[in-house]
Design a protein around this ligand. Structure first.
Ligand SMILES: [Zn+2]
Length: 377
């Protein structure tokens, strides 16, 4: 028997289990009204600035907030120690959330229950965050896909630990291509098998699932000029199966970063101004983002958590290049911090609007229809 999610658990003030917020999105709930399905972008953050910028964006729009931390982000917060990093994250977000106008969920991205390190991190995350991903489809240490049996057993073990504490669990079935960070990269990729999906959902009891349907991690989602075509037919087959098992199951799209042309243009202009070599400029020109129209279609059908990292990294770097290009002798950390912070907030706001995640907890504080994502102060 799969362990069910305990929905009576009390989290610190204004903190919620990720599933509780995402199921509202799947049901189209905003305030007391019911409308179209929307999605929670899970913003992968790696710095305190990123946490602050994401929460400011959530508060600006009255959004449901979801912040994700990868294993390497946890390590960065903990100066090499992911377990300590999770404690810093826990204390920081708890304090910030207590002053927030909207609820916040925190999620471990690409945790696993396969290797010794992964097992320690995911257990710590169950104590410190409100949601975890148990990505047991890959054995990262040995760089190979795991068998379905191993994936089910390892994921069920996490569900058994997490669900009684009210912590939601995201599983992964199939192997996703591309590179997210040094701990999450894969040269292999396989699509999710619908027959395996049935068994996986029944036996693990996960309420969040990342199927592999062709999305990719990293800044190069396909070759220049050619966007990756998602396997939408497979996505719909999988959704149908999941909904027939339990309509509370949410699908997750990994690698849902969009490439913003204004971000690329701003970076290119700044790099030329700074005399940066052609090779770096070429790299920027060759970035390929996910096709938003395809992601939008997935959201309408129940992919209500969309993982977003690369676009915010690009935004940060583009804003920093612009700040240095326009004022390289400004000896003031705050100047550069302000510019990158505002750019991040804008980047987050842009994605929240695209995903329809605004006006959920209160009216947006800005005119959503006329918002302009701008990289300058
Ligand atoms: Zn991912």
């Amino acid at each position: 028997m799969a362990t069910i999610l305990n929905k009576t658990n009390q989290f610190p003030e204004n903190m919620k289990c990720a599933h509780e917020l995402i199921i509202k999105a799947k049901n189209g709930e905003k305030g007391n009204s019911k409308g179209d399905t929307y999605a929670l972008p899970a913003f992968n953050v790696t710095t305190y600035q990123g946490i602050e910028a994401a929460i400011e964006a959530f508060e600006t729009l009255g959004s449901s907030g979801l912040i994700a931390f990868s294993n390497s982000a946890c390590k960065h917060f903990g100066k090499g120690d992911a377990l300590e990093g999770l404690e810093y994250i826990h204390e920081h977000v708890k304090f910030r959330a207590s002053k927030s106008s909207v609820p916040i969920a925190t999620h471990l991205d690409h945790g696993d229950n396969i290797g010794e390190h992964g097992r320690k991190v995911i257990r710590k995350a169950i104590e410190t965050l409100t949601s975890v991903m148990a990505d047991n489809s890959t054995d990262h240490a040995n760089k190979c896909a795991t068998s379905l049996d191993v994936n089910i057993e390892a994921t069920k073990e996490v569900v058994d630990l997490a669900h009684p504490k009210g912590i939601s669990v995201e599983g992964e079935l199939g192997v996703l291509a591309g590179e997210e960070d040094e701990d999450t990269k894969s040269e292999i990729s396989t699509y999710t098998d619908p027959e395996e999906l049935k068994r996986f959902l029944h036996e693990t009891g996960v309420l969040m699932l990342a199927p592999t349907i062709g999305t990719m991690h990293g800044p190069n989602k396909g070759k220049p000029g050619h966007k990756v075509k998602l396997n939408l037919e497979l996505a719909h087959d999988c959704l149908e199966i999941a909904n027939s098992i339990n309509p509370d199951i949410i699908f997750v799209a990994h690698g849902a970063s969009t490439l913003y042309q204004n971000v690329v243009d701003h970076a290119l202009t700044s790099m030329k101004g700074l005399g940066i070599n052609e090779k770096e400029i070429e790299t920027w020109k060759n970035f390929v983002g996910t096709d938003w129209e395809q992601i939008k279609g997935l959201i309408q059908n129940g992919f209500c958590k969309i993982n977003t990292d690369t676009e915010n990294r690009q935004t940060y770097l583009s804003a920093l290049l612009g700040a240095v290009n326009s004022n390289a002798s400004k000896v003031d950390i705050r100047y550069y911090e302000k510019i990158t912070y505002k750019a991040l907030v804008d980047s987050y706001i842009q994605k929240l609007i695209m995903a329809g995640n605004y006006g959920v907890w209160h009216e947006p504080k800005i005119d959503v229809k006329n918002f302009k994502f701008d990289l300058t102060l």
